[in-house]
Design a protein around this ligand. Structure first.
Ligand code: CP
Length: 305
């Protein structure tokens, strides 16, 4: 049961929780597709506190709440809030919890969502804490694999990009370690997976590590592409050196086996060429769409009656 629980890490969710969320998300998707009006969250308020930019996460949480008949209050930009006057995160959360029933927070510092949860009697959902985690993105990623690839077990998943700073990758790998999957990790050497994440999954997953994508393509069922996280670099010259070090074009898409899918948590910069967008394997826009039913399920299970 998720009622009144905060979700800070994907580890906060049991296998049973995840399966229940997917069952509920299927119902939400069906209701969305049939135009069914929902009022599960009538008279409830969701607060979004975003200290970092977002398009998908904030807007899909807000859309999800409104689709459920609830209301939203939003701090979309910390510069226009009292944070700019020096108010602490703890004080902001103490106030916002008194204005709302559930809080969704994104912050540039790892651990900020956990800290926020300590100062709130209302459930807090981590919408990304620095290079730490992005657990609800992982729910969407797993849901997309199930919907678009049939199942998670038995698949070979190749993850390419910024494995060091990419929080979606950290949460996703932690979740994938619960399934019977093979994982290929491809990145420039300086953007390799942090040791603590590698240590968590090693022994639980069959993992190959490389800087070269091509040898893996023919055996890949799911190609999960990520952006180089420009905002995490202290040395902008290092970012300039790494940007463009890998790119998925029609050529790479053609090397995937039939039935393979390409995913990306988005936003993308130039790591997937637009020529791939209309090809059969491209599922990243669909993946972003699934953000609404998955977050509807989560909100209603956590903060519903
Ligand atoms: N996937 C994701 O977190 O996108 P946004 O940064 O636009 O929220």
């Amino acid at each position: 049961m998720l009622k009144n629980r905060s979700i800070i890490s994907i580890a906060d969710l049991s296998d049973e929780d995840i399966n229940e969320i997917f069952t509920e998300a299927d119902k939400m998707l069906e209701n969305l597709n049939s135009g069914q009006k929902m009022n599960d969250m009538e008279s409830r308020i969701l607060a979004t506190l975003f200290y970092e930019p977002s398009t998908r996460t904030r807007l899909s949480f807000e859309s999800a709440m409104q689709r459920l008949g609830g209301s939203v209050i939003s701090m979309a930009d910390s510069k226009t809030s009292s944070t700019s006057k020096g108010e602490t995160l703890a004080d902001t959360v103490r106030i916002v919890e008194s204005y709302s029933d559930i809080i969704v927070i994104r912050h540039p510092l790892e651990g900020a969502a956990l800290l926020a949860s300590k100062f709130s009697s209302k459930p807090v959902i981590n919408a990304g804490d620095g290079s730490g985690e992005h657990p609800t993105q992982t729910l969407i990623d797993l849901y997309t694999i199930r919907k678009e690839s049939g199942s998670i077990d038995g698949k070979t998943i190749t993850i390419i990009g910024d494995l060091k700073y990419g929080r979606t990758v950290h949460s996703l790998l932690s979740a994938l370690a619960r399934y019977r999957v093979n994982v290929n990790l491809v990145s420039p050497e300086s953007l390799a997976l942090p040791k603590h994440v590698y240590n968590e999954i090693k022994g639980r997953l069959k993992v190959n590590v490389s800087t070269d994508l091509e040898p893996f393509l023919a055996q890949t069922d799911i190609l999960y592409v990520t952006r180089i996280q420009k905002e995490r670099f202290t040395d902008k010259n290092e970012y300039a050196r790494l940007i463009g070090s890998y790119k998925i074009t029609g050529r790479e898409a053609d090397m995937l086996p039939s039935g393979a899918i390409i995913m990306h948590p988005l936003p993308r910069v130039d790591e997937i060429s637009p020529e791939v967008d209309n090809r059969e394997p491209a599922k990243y826009f669909r993946q972003a769409y699934y953000g609404v039913p998955v977050r509807m399920a989560l909100i209603s299970m956590i903060a519903g009656e």
